[in-house]
Design a binder for this molecule. Sequence first.
Ligand code: ATP
Length: 302
Amino acid sequence: LAQLFRPLDMLGMVYREIKQGLIDMESMFGLIDTPAEIADVPGAPPLQVVGGHVRFSHVEFGYESRRQILHDVSFEVPPGKKLAIVGHSGAGKSTLSRILYRFYDIQGGAVTIDGQDIAKVTQDSLRRSIGIVPQDTVLFNESIGYNIAYGRPGASQDEIETAAKGAAIHDFIVSLPDGYATQVGERGLKLSGGEKQRVAIARTILKDPAILILDEATSALDSATEADIQSALGTVSQSRTTLVIAHRLSTVTDADEILVMASGRIVERGRHEALLDARGLYAEMWALQQAEAAVDEAMAAE
Ligand code: ATP
């Protein structure tokens, strides 16, 4: 009888692993509902990344047929350039990143990477070429080393440590009594928001993708942590095509292009200075954030 049950056990294990993978992806994107089934077209070739040129052409999208979210969204990010996406809550910023990762298929227009329609290549090859640093990283009840290696299973200890150094978290890890073997998660060490984000950056350095999506945390980090993280992100985004979903405009003043979104449309676009001169929504958001920062500073000085 045991012989009979062993394969079932194995199946159960595989099922649990797959399920865990899916849960991780979903929580990465803050998805509550299970995304609709996305299938590879029969015989789909893998994505061939040359430089990582991302293009959205007249994209139309809704999660449900009754409510359209994105309206005629077009932009491109040339290889190695940085695009920032800003706008009020609910404007559609994260939706753009979910579409690029092909969590959903669009209803109109096209999304291409290096000229290849992302709906016509294998999902596996697409997702291998995109790294995501999410707002809130999911950690497993495993060692911190394992959690970093998750970016590239099979990575050597040396590679893991190099990635951790790049993400400015190595010194913190070696200061722990069990170093890289320290257990984290529910049953182990609790990491702060900033530390978790650095684990995500280290994972991404290991994954070494051509395209990077950074989903900036909305919750404020203290300014020293913030500066560390910005510098780690600067290193990882160098020479990669980068899309940043930004909540603090001060972090995207150097972007090659900034898209300002409102109700699923691009309402303004350009570089920081030009957008300030335009005195539109961006300039308004900038003034508001500057005023908030001044109040915070005054409160901290008291
Ligand atoms: P925030 O800055 O708050 O993260 P955002 O600009 O990233 O906001 P999105 O998450 O892209 O906004 O959401 C855009 C719109 O799509 C919102 O109105 C939201 O209610 C809707 N939406 C998001 N996810 C889903 C979903 N899974 N099913 C249905 N509607 C959704």
